[in-house]
Write a protein of this length. Structure first.
Length: 497
């Protein structure tokens, strides 16, 4: 009896499974054909072949290094990768045109929102038009004032004194400084944005499920952008297989935790609080999904970038003893012999330190490249034709390595290039779009600089930090922000003074 009932059911399942898998196989085969077709029929140029066959990997450590090579060799400083329908530029006039003159023709666009949409939703990073303007206004109220910068410095100072310095002082072993810096900046951005403490830099270095899921989600999202056709990931997402399945799971963890954060905040009361989330909550108290999106965008904005910037800085400093000595001289000039932490005022006076921080991000920008999508046909200042719908990418990493922008010593770490008679002179932001430029310039720039300088001052003054194996060039993990593959192993020792 039981058997008879079970039979039709299992037959139906088998039939369904059979059809489902036939469909899957057919669909994958079809998309593979389409992929081949695009590759063969549309373009067989050297660049596309090199990209699609991965043969660039035999000469270059990183995709960004290969692009740099191509951009340096292009007379206009612009290249087009047909297979990706992507125009990439390292030409400051083009960057000015895209980010400012014709800002409205270069929104983030639909393809980009699709790639990051599952993770970032309607957060500021991922939207254009009205939704962007609204969040931009709100967030710039918070981030724009000098008062907020010194408030942020209080948070950073406490985290340096109570967690960062003790952890480094207590360790003779080899440490992964990149990991420590990521924990540090995560704790900071969480306090600043939400008034909450995830405690990532606690001495036991706990595994944070949020941080971990967040890493995975942003890495897998970034990998979508590297595929020759968006059809590939869209099919995988439809079928919930492979990397798309993992992405979905990681995003679920991020969502659950972000929602928890919002609930917790609501219970603690937000009307008198000054943190970013509370501000947003008083105007959009009833839309948790929107709040979640905003929260996630700020996590991405403030955490990975600052950690990446500091990682690049210590990598360069470890190879440049001369720069380290000059920073120490300056610290000694402005800080008392027993002062551990520089004040807001002291940091503002230290021009060499400021120059060194800018200079490190010239060579190792945390956001190595950034893409927009052309809304209408256009022509760039260097004559490059842009067809409607083309992806247009400016490339800060390559720009920092262009002789025609920075001169023949462009590959050297030389903070002096930013100084005139000891005074810091800012460069044109379209030559140095490390924080982007124009109407969508980074909102956290000043905050990030204060945080970085404060960390550098505290660590360089007290410790000698040597990167283990700093003679090799870094290899980056593909992602939205620069992350060194395998971390940055360092040995830390107390300075004898
Ligand atoms: C060294 C550290 C940082 C670097 C290099 C950096 C760089 C950038 C870049 C390149 C963009 C443009 C991204 C795009 O539109 O695709 C951006 C946007 C943004 N950044 Fe930063 N950032 C840093 C730190 C921060 C911090 C600490 C915060 C906030 C606390 C922040 C908040 C934002 C926000 C809100 C945007 C979006 C602006 C808009 O779309 O209007 N950033 N940043
Ligand atoms: C955030 O930082 C401030 C300033 O140092 C501190 O007073 C506060 O306790 C921190 N908040 C949390 C939740 O850690």
């Amino acid at each position: 009896m039981k058997f008879e009932v079970a039979l039709p059911y299992s037959m139906a399942t088998t039939t369904f499974t059979y059809f489902f898998f036939s469909f899957t196989v057919l669909f994958s085969f079809f998309s593979f054909l389409l992929f081949l077709f695009r590759m063969k029929a549309c373009c067989n140029c050297h660049t596309c072949r090199t990209y699609l066959t991965f043969s660039w990997t035999s000469h270059f450590n990183n995709l960004c290094d290969w692009y740099t090579h191509l951009l340096r060799n292009s007379p206009t400083g612009t290249i087009h990768v047909h297979a990706l329908a992507n125009t990439i530029t390292a030409n400051p006039d083009n960057v000015h045109h895209i980010l400012k003159t014709r800002f409205h023709n270069y929104p983030k666009g639909k393809p980009f929102s699709a790639i990051l949409g599952d993770l970032l939703g309607q957060g500021i990073f991922n939207v254009d038009g009205h939704a962007w303007m609204f969040q931009r206004k709100m967030a710039s109220l918070e981030l724009g004032s000098v008062a907020i910068r010194s408030y942020a410095l209080d948070i950073v100072t406490r985290e340096i004194q109570s967690r960062l310095l003790p952890i480094l002082a207590a360790n003779d072993a080899v440490l992964d400084l990149q990991d420590i810096l990521r924990r540090f900046s995560f704790d900071n951005i969480c306090n600043f944005s939400f008034g909450l403490d995830p405690g990532c830099l606690h001495p036991s270095l706990p595994v944070s499920p949020l941080a971990q899921a967040f890493d995975q989600a942003s890495r897998l999202s970034a990998e979508r952008a590297m595929m020759a056709s968006p059809l590939i990931w869209k099919v995988k997402r439809l079928l919930n297989v492979g990397s798309e399945k993992k992405l979905k799971e990681a995003i679920r963890v991020v969502n659950d935790l972000a929602e928890g954060l919002i609930k917790q905040r609501r219970e603690m009361g937000y009307s008198t609080r000054k943190d970013l989330l509370s501000r947003f909550m008083s105007s959009i108290s009833d839309n948790d999904a929107y709040l979640r999106d905003i929260v996630v965008s700020f996590l991405l904005a403030g955490r990975d970038t600052v950690a990446a910037a500091l990682t690049g800085f210590f990598w360069l400093l470890s190879r440049n003893g001369r720069v380290q000595s000059r920073i120490r001289e300056e610290l000694d000039r402005f800080m008392g012999p027993d002062e551990e932490i520089a004040s807001f005022h002291q940091l503002r006076e230290m021009h060499y330190l400021n120059a060194a921080v800018y200079e490190s991000m010239r060579l190792y920008p945390p956001v190595q490249f950034d893409s927009k999508f052309a809304a209408e046909d256009d022509v760039l200042p260097d004559g490059t034709f842009i067809r409607k719908g083309t992806r247009v990418t400016y490339h800060p990493y390559a720009m920092g390595r262009m002789e025609r922008i920075w001169g023949p010593d462009c590959l050297e770490f030389r903070p002096e290039r930013w100084l005139q008679d000891g005074v810091f002179l800012p460069e044109c932001p379209f030559k140095y779009p490390v924080f982007q430029a124009g109407p969508r310039v980074c909102l956290g720039k000043e905050l990030a600089l204060v945080e970085m300088k404060s960390v550098v001052a505290a660590l360089v003054r007290r410790f000698d930090i040597r990167v283990v194996g700093s003679n090799s060039e870094p290899r980056f993990v593909p992602g939205l922000t620069a992350t060194v593959r395998g971390g940055m192993p360092v040995r830390v020792s107390e300075r004898r003074r």
